[in-house]
Design a binder for this molecule. Structure first.
Ligand code: MSP
Length: 643
């Protein structure tokens, strides 16, 4: 199979921000996913460098347009590698071959009779770089730029867009996948339910010189959209050449909703006039807001990719944007939201699964993956993995990245539970259960291999690390080809390599910035020094009431992977919520005697009131962190005081 995926070419009147980063991350992820399927892929991005807006921005800075576009275009080009985005082609509309292609197409369309000269009066929005219809205005203003458009009367060249209206309509009706998600297809069908006006495709040089001269009239330059859309053809060597032959009929464009009309109406009618087959698909996503507010320079809330990478890391950013946004709908960025995803999904779920599994293997078998033992096997992870691969493949192909990731996280969550329910540490103590231990560890590591493979398009850097940690080369087909996404690929006797923690935990900004808490901490520090370097008095100790409690029931708490609701006898019956679910299954702890702090003020955790706290040892070993419950060396009556 062959894939050609493009992003919009970005205007160079502003520096790259989260919105540009998202579209480009999407295209990069999709191209990597297609490569996993062994497709021959071409991924193109670039910059849109002509037109009023750019000329104005250059003038503001007091530099020539060329000097200006060279500088900003380089910023876009240099940003992508920092996000692990690897386009095959970066196109600039000031490139000589692009200028030549635009002029050739203009001449062809003109010769065909699809371009004519006429007088036009219209409402022009400089922000959109196009004439708006009365219908598009909201309260007399452009809805995107909130400015009143200028009424302009000009003699100009026009493209006969209306001539192709019916053909386009028929194509959209016959091909439901042409524009997705459906809401945008419906929006386009609604535009097309009214007669289309022809498109003004020139600007007189008396008003604008920063553009591509019309080949048939040098008193005009080309309207920036007619120039820009053609980049998708220039980038593959139109009109001839191997790349054009290979890639044009599989072209897929990714855009946001702001530029739906140029891509779904201008562009296809231009293509029809050129006599070419239409592109294959248009994928339209929603807008990123910041803290529920539109991102804008004037509000000062524009989020820059470089800052995000420095703060959260590349893969956390890639994961967050793809997991958080439902493709097609708007989404809101906030520092808290990304920290929460990073800590919970990446550090806790994925990071812990990886570090716990590999640390146990290193401890129990010297880091060698032993073959699973017949008769000791189970298919718990294998069954879910097969279902996940299937839904992942479907969802990634459909740009439903958040769904693909949600299904992967089901597997991660099950694998974490698999550790708890199989207690490899107990198996390791019993020589007769060695076969089962090897099987459990094999299953965990085979799951890690599949995760490395499936997550590769989303978090390429992390997956390179994960592959190396699993003792595989980063380009091993076992972690780079979907053909290997079946159970049992990890060869026995693979030797692990020790790697650092995948995702260090982060503090949420809110927490960091809470001055009261900071102050409290400071005060605590002072108090500590005053009480002789952290020593407490006997009176202070006596304030703490420690007791032996017997666990009589335990159950998981809905929506929490970490908490268990314990009913204990101490000696009265009380409820304690304990953060031990990742380490103990409910069944395994009923009947145990543990130590509790009995005189803590009750608190509500996930809606359940906790009347005390269970004591446990926190163990950090080989990059693995776990909790081991405290207990007493011989059974005693429940409720006995600990002094
Ligand atoms: N130059 C034109 C595109 C020509 S394509 C032949 C243009 N450039 S732009 O710099 O304004 O980029 C618009 C695109 O940037 C959007 O379609 C989207 O891909 C991305 N985004 C810009 N702001 C965005 C958000 N706030 N949220 C999500 N994506 C956004 O239009």
């Amino acid at each position: 199979m062959t894939t050609y995926i493009t992003t919009p070419i970005y205007y160079v009147n502003a520096q790259p921000h989260l919105g540009h980063a998202y579209t480009t991350i999407v295209a990069d992820t999709y191209s990597r996913f297609r490569r996993l399927s062994d497709d021959s892929v071409r991924f193109q991005t670039g910059t849109d460098e002509h037109g009023d807006k750019i000329a104005e921005a250059a003038e503001k800075e007091g530099v020539s347009p060329k000097e200006y576009v060279d500088r900003i275009s380089a910023m876009f080009r240099d940003t992508w590698p920092t996000l692990d985005i690897t386009p095959d082609n970066f196109i600039r509309t000031t490139d000589a071959n692009h200028v030549a292609t635009v002029q050739k197409i203009l001449q062809d369309v003109y010769d065909k009779g699809d371009i004519y000269f006429d007088k036009y009066t219209g409402l022009y929005c400089t922000g959109c770089e196009r004439f708006l219809t009365e219908k598009e205005l909201v309260g007399g203003k452009c809805p995107d730029h909130l400015t009143v458009p200028d009424e302009i009367t000009e003699e100009n060249y026009f493209f006969r867009m209306s001539k192709y209206q019916q053909e386009l309509l028929d194509h959209i009706n016959a091909n439901p996948e042409f524009i997705t998600p459906e809401r945008y297809r419906n929006e386009v069908l609604s535009f097309l339910s009214e007669p289309l006006e022809d498109l003004c495709i020139s600007r007189p040089t008396s008003r604008l010189t920063w553009g591509i001269p019309l080949p048939f009239d040098d008193k005009f330059v080309t309207y920036v959209w007619f120039d820009a859309l053609i980049n998708y053809l220039t980038g593959i060597g139109y009109p001839d050449g191997e790349l054009f032959e290979k890639y044009w009929n599989v072209a897929e464009h990714v855009i946001a909703k702001d530029i739906l009309k140029p891509h779904a109406i201008y562009w296809p009618t231009m293509i029809l006039s050129m006599g070419l087959p239409l592109y294959k698909k248009l994928h339209v996503h929603g807008y990123w807001n910041v803290d529920e507010t539109k991102m804008s320079k004037s509000i000062g809330n524009v989020v820059r990719p470089a800052e995000l990478v420095a703060e959260y890391g590349v893969d956390s950013l890639r994961y967050f944007t793809l997991r958080e946004m439902s493709f097609g709908l708007d989404s809101s960025f906030s520092s808290d939201a990304i920290v929460t995803r990073k800590n919970s999904d990446l550090a806790n779920d994925l990071g812990n699964l990886y570090s716990r599994s590999t640390a146990m293997l290193i401890k129990y078998t010297g880091g060698v993956v032993m073959a699973p033992v017949a008769g000791e096997d189970d298919t718990v992870l294998q069954d879910l993995a097969a279902a996940v691969v299937e839904s992942y493949t479907e969802n990634m192909a459909d740009f439903q990245f958040h769904r693909a990731l949600a299904s992967i996280w089901e597997l991660i969550s099950l694998a974490n539970k698999y550790i708890v329910s199989n207690e490899p540490w107990s198996l390791a103590k019993d020589p007769e259960r060695e076969g089962r231990l090897h099987t459990v560890l094999y299953n965990l590591h085979e799951t890690l291999r599949l995760l490395t493979l499936l997550l590769q398009p989303v978090m390429p850097g992390t997956c390179r690390k994960m592959a190396l940690g699993l003792g595989l080369k980063e380009d091993d087909p076992l972690v780079t080809s979907l053909a290997a996404a079946t159970w049992g690929g990890l060869p026995a006797n693979t030797k692990l390599t020790k790697i650092d923690a995948l995702f260090p935990r982060m503090e949420s900004k809110k927490k960091k910035q809470q001055p009261q808490k900071q102050e409290k901490k400071q005060k605590k520090k002072v108090a500590k020094t005053e009480s002789m370097e952290g020593l407490i008095t006997f009176d202070q100790f006596q304030n703490l009431e420690l007791r032996v409690a017997e666990i009589i029931a335990a159950e998981p708490i809905k929506k929490s992977d970490r908490l268990l609701k314990l009913t204990v006898k101490a000696p009265e019956e009380r409820t304690i919520v304990a953060g031990i679910a990742e380490y103990y299954s409910p069944d395994s702890i009923v009947g145990k005697q543990v130590l509790i702090v009995a005189n803590l003020k009750p608190v509500k955790l996930m809606g359940v009131e906790s009347q005390g706290m269970v004591l446990a040892a926190k163990v950090e070993e080989d990059g693995e962190s776990r909790l081991v419950l405290s207990t007493i060396s011989a059974p005693v009556p429940a409720g006995s005081k600990v002094a």
